[in-house]
Design a protein around this ligand. Sequence first.
Ligand code: GLN
Length: 451
Amino acid sequence: DTCANAITTHDGTLNSFITPTLEQGRAHAKAADDARAQGKTGPLLGIPLGIKDLFCTTGVRTTAASRILGDFVPPYESTVTQNLLDAGAVFAGKTNLDEFAMGSGNLTSAFGPVQNPWKRTGSEAALVPGGSSGGSAAAVAGGLVLGATGTDTGGSIRQPASFCGIVGMKPTYGRCSRFGTIAFASSLDQAGPMTRDVTDSAIMLGAMAGFDPRDSTSVDRAVPDYRAALERGVRGMRVGIPKEYHAPGMSPEIEALWTQGIDWLRAEGAEIVDVSLPHTKYGLPTYYIVALAEASSNLARYDGVRFGKRVPAETLDALYEATRAAGFGAEVRRRVLLGTYVLSAGYYDAYYLRAQKVRTLIQRDFLSAFENVDVLLTPTAPSAAFATNEVPDDPVQMYLNDIFTVPASMAGVPAISVPAGLDGQGLPLGLQLIGKFFDEETLYAAARVLE
Ligand code: GLN
């Protein structure tokens, strides 16, 4: 009830929740109390969480922040949310996001933008929380919940975590089940925890992760004790600094923070090594081909017949057209069009196939770097949170937000954003650690030193 009150009192301006779930939350809390009374424990017993409104929750409206899903109420629970409930969590509500998780500012939601709880020193201007998991990030940063789920396709956990001063972990592709998570780009989508600190992240990931036969890309590997990994320290750890991440025009403050992070790790006994990931510059353009191609295919199911909203029309084709025109926002329509184009006969080889080949090269960059180092350290995003009126009109400028987060997504390797300092205007900035496949433990050990 404390959480519910906090949401009622403070979420008016933040708009971080689409659907508060007071009733369900009370039932979860009662279950947690009963379990405790019976002497049972659970890693998240009684812990209030926000759930990104991309995870299907039984009996609770799930919107993907899109009009096209209308009042879709899933008859089943996603594996990740079921795992969290099994660990004793209490769901406070479904959090806001960019429509179908497409965006970097939480500006494309059909339920309105989310405000970042942080403000520049001496200014009341509203800032974006980042995206697409902007509602989850704002709810955690604003203290409305103790943690929240996010999903990350090209940065949607890490970039909002950086903008809101919290910890965001994108695990290895295959670590958390995608079953019951509304798909954006299936070969990239990965769920992860968004929390106030690194310890909470380790506990929450331990509860979310695990093999699931209902997701064919879920990997059958035991979930390690991430909490134990926090105690490892970084003595003798080899930390790579990829030279290609010194992006032209990067703010001197972010460069300085990066150097600071290097110094912290070195002071704790890590060895710093310069590395090169030569295909980094192709990350963004190839991501925006692969992700959009997969999105155009995944979103074909919203046809006005099977799910949610329907705009009636004379013929079936007209019904599809009217429903999709009314149901999807501008950014989603742009992406479906582009994705369909790069998959179309004649362009498939030139764009999609080529992008997939470059994706392999990006992945090889990481594999060869990891022959020499245990982890990579980079900034999370090229800027701090920006104001709504500073949002570029050009969508490609907006896509540049993802420049540092997309390569790890394309490779499938895990990456975490840790709040590491404030800029001159008092806004949080994150540093990113990128790890080897299924080595979230090393990320946690190093993240602990940066927070
Ligand atoms: N900002 C990126 C995009 O718009 C990433 C989104 C995501 O990770 N879901 O595609």
